[in-house]
Design a protein. Structure first.
Length: 79
């Protein structure tokens, strides 16, 4: 399967930029998110398809984090 190739990376932002510059009718999709609940430690958000996302605060730090060098954890280790 092509998508299982560890050397393959889809650079979706680069692709979106190229499409926006090359195709007049193309605009990059911007998802709409609706905050249902928020407090100091948790935020519950729904997207336009009514999928629910729950975000929890794991640190009191308000400094930005750079995750460019960190691989996404998509639960692969639990398979």
């Amino acid at each position: 399967n092509l998508l299982d190739n560890p050397n393959l990376r889809l650079k979706s932002r680069d692709l979106s930029n190229l499409l926006e510059q090359s195709v007049d009718s193309y605009t990059t999709p911007r998802p709409k998110l609706y905050t249902t609940y928020v407090d100091d430690g948790m935020r519950i958000v729904r997207d336009e398809d009514d999928h629910v996302f729950i975000y929890g605060r794991v640190s009191e730090s308000e400094e930005e984090s750079d995750y460019k060098g960190v691989m996404a954890d998509l639960g692969v280790g639990k398979l």
